[in-house]
Design a protein around this ligand. Structure first.
Ligand code: C2E
Ligand code: CA
Ligand code: CA
Length: 609
């Protein structure tokens, strides 16, 4: 369409130029014809002929040769010009008349010598008289011919002008169409620039523009993030991940129909803007409705999945759009960590938390070096005999200013900043050093995170720690979570195989909380599974959870894997997991994480018992 319009407009423009040139040429020819036709010359010849005849008569009367000579010369030069360069409109028949006149005039040459010869002069007069009426007729003819030519050219010019007007009209029409088309295209382009291609809702740019439009208004911003989307995307594949995004955006649109703007502002992040009176109230009820909408499972390839979302909200009069947006984002980060309630509303204290995180992240760099970190050891018990089989090494950080900081807080920061490698290496070295001091052969389990598993030097480091401390490799267990595996699937597989080849035990931590639990049991070389404490601690009367634990135990037995139940706090929980088929248990019921001295006391006590 655009090509056709452009081609037609260009063609018309070229035609208009050609027609303009044509009209210009016609006008020039018209001017030439009007200005340079033979009428004037013919009239002059005819008039000069009469003047010469009159001069000849006068010359005969008063014997004046000068007047005759003057007229003779004028007529002769006029005829000469006409014959040598005939003006426009002179016909061949006209030339015969002129040539005869020229001849007669030339014959008068001898008369121009005084005195005036009366008889010869009268003869010349008679000869010239014969040309009077033909030259007058020629003058009249030249006039009418010139008129005819001008008229014919004028009608040609009219045609050319009419054509030119038509072309100009068409040009204006097509030009207008082209402009309309261009505006439509610009409209489409504007829409494309501000639309998210995958979901069809707005994008980050359009959201930013919506915020600018809402300056000085009462606003509420909600930012929504899909829980563990990266894991989901990596597990299910990007196509299915995209489908999840489309489904979420549709629910978002359905639920937030009264919102001022809805946009996808990042991979799995969406933003909703409410403006005007009660913006926050409307945003809060949107959050409730969205959480309820997300309870409905998402059907992907005949598989039902429940997708969780985190929601952060900020509100106030919009004086600085980026501040209000950042506030909502801070609230979202809080919501992701805390996961309490329907959504998290921004509070200035959250900024302090953010500053604390930034400070912790900075201080993590030197925490090991400054010996602020130490290990606690939580016993893992044989549920049958109640004997301590080993300990899980749990990291602690005694921050000089903030005091004891939980690993749940600093481990994600260390993972995000890359400090986890140094810290993780220290944990392995320290765990091996401590374990070597223990009486008996209790194992020590260390937690290894995704970034560590991606470190090509990990296996060499483990080998070195075992050798330096003279620790039997089978006493060292490596605990990894499913998320760790999903984040670096193939690399993780080879590292785990190498660690196993060293003789270490590989344990799958927090089992049941990830996405692809069962498939990973087949693919990776595990020796143990640790059932997440959420299964153990949930209402033990719940037959669903007991059934899940039983199923995991049956499967693990078939695969020859040992099972540890985590988070056992009550005797009843111990009973349930034991009945379900778990081999080992860990939890406050047996002991909290212990300092090395308390651990020694426990082990020695068991030896004595
Ligand atoms: P995790 O590996 O699941 O460790 C078990 C967590 O549950 C520990 O929390 C432990 O104190 C707690 N716990 C044990 N028994 C009970 C119980 O009966 N009830 C309850 N409510 N909790 C119990 P902790 O020490 O705060 O560690 C939290 C998480 O931090 C760990 O979860 C682990 O993922 C991570 N972490 C700890 N140390 C390290 C480490 O050295 N390296 C890495 N990468 N992560 C670590
Ligand atoms: Ca663990
Ligand atoms: Ca665990």
């Amino acid at each position: 369409m655009r090509l056709v319009l452009t081609a037609v407009t260009a063609g018309l423009a070229m035609l208009a130029v050609s027609f303009s040139l044509l009209a210009f040429r016609y006008q020039n020819r018209l001017i030439e014809t009007s200005r340079y036709n033979s009428t004037f010359d013919m009239t002059q010849v005819s008039a000069e002929l009469l003047r010469l005849i009159v001069a000849l008569y006068d010359g005969v009367g008063n014997n004046d040769i000068d007047q005759i000579a003057l007229r003779y010369n004028i007529l002769q030069s006029r005829i000469k010009v006409m014959v040598s360069t005939p003006p426009l409109g002179v016909m061949p028949s006209d030339m015969i008349v002129l040539q005869k006149l020229e001849q007669d005039v030339r014959g008068m040459q001898t008369l121009m010598v005084p005195p005036v010869n009366r008889q010869s002069t009268l003869n010349a007069i008679n000869a010239l008289k014969t040309s009077v009426s033909p030259t007058q007729r020629l003058a009249a003819l030249a006039h009418s011919r010139a008129g005819d030519r001008v008229m014919s050219m004028q009608s040609d010019l009219k045609l050319v002008s009419a054509g030119l007007y038509l072309i100009l009209l068409a040009l204006v029409l097509f030009g207008a169409l082209l402009i309309v088309f261009a505006f439509r295209q610009i409209g489409h382009l504007d829409k494309a620039i501000s639309t998210d291609t995958l979901t069809g809702i707005g994008n980050r740019l359009s959201f930013h523009e919506a915020l600018l439009r809402s300056a000085h208004m009462e606003c509420a911003i909600v930012i929504l993030d899909i829980n563990q989307f990266k894991v989901l995307n990596d597990t299910l594949g990007h196509d299915r991940g995209d489908r999840v995004l489309v489904i979420v955006s549709k629910r978002l649109r359905d639920v937030a129909s009264s919102a001022d703007h809805i946009a996808r502002i990042g991979g799995d992040e969406f933003a909703v803007l409410y403006t005007g009176a009660n913006a926050l109230v409307r945003a809060a009820s949107y959050c409730k409705a969205m959480k309820a909408a997300m309870l409905e499972p998402v059907l992907i390839d005949a598989q039902n999945m429940t997708i969780g979302v985190a929601l952060g909200c900020s509100s106030g009069v919009l004086t600085n759009s980026s501040t209000l947006f950042k506030d909502a984002d801070i609230a979202l980060q809080h919501d992701k960590c805390k996961r309490q309630g329907v959504f998290t509303l921004f509070h200035p204290d959250m900024k302090l938390d953010l500053m604390r995180s930034q400070r912790l992240e900075q201080d993590l760099q030197v925490a090991v070096e400054r010996q602020e970190m130490y290990l606690m050891f939580q016993p893992i018990i044989d549920l049958e005999t109640s004997r301590t089989m080993g300990f899980e090494a749990l990291l602690r950080w005694n921050h000089p200013e903030f005091g004891l900081v939980s690993p749940a807080e600093f481990i994600p920061l260390a993972e995000g900043s890359g400090h986890i490698r140094t810290i993780g290496e220290w944990v392995i070295a320290e765990a091996c050093r401590q374990a070597k001091l223990w009486p008996g052969d209790a194992f020590v389990a260390v937690n290894v995170s995704a970034k560590q598993l991606a470190d090509p030097g990990l296996v060499a480091h483990v080998r070195e720690c075992l050798e330096v401390n003279g620790l039997d490799a089978k006493r060292l267990e490596i605990e990894i979570t499913e998320t760790t595996l999903i984040e670096n699937d193939t690399a993780a597989l080879s590292v785990l195989r190498d660690l196993r080849a060293l003789g270490c035990v590989i344990s799958l931590d927090d089992f049941g909380t990830g996405y692809a639990s069962l498939s990973y049991l087949h693919r990776f070389p595990f020796d143990k599974i640790k059932i997440d404490q959420s299964f153990v601690q949930s209402d033990n009367e719940s037959h669903d959870n007991i059934a899940i634990i039983e199923t995991i135990c049956t499967l693990a037995n078939r695969l020859g894997l040992q099972i540890v139940a985590e988070g056992i706090e009550l005797e009843q929980q111990r009973h349930v997991v034991r009945e379900a088929g778990c081999d080992l248990g860990q939890g406050y019921l047996f002991d909290r994480p212990l300092k090395p001295e308390a651990l020694m006391a426990r082990l020695k006590g068991e030896v004595l018992a």
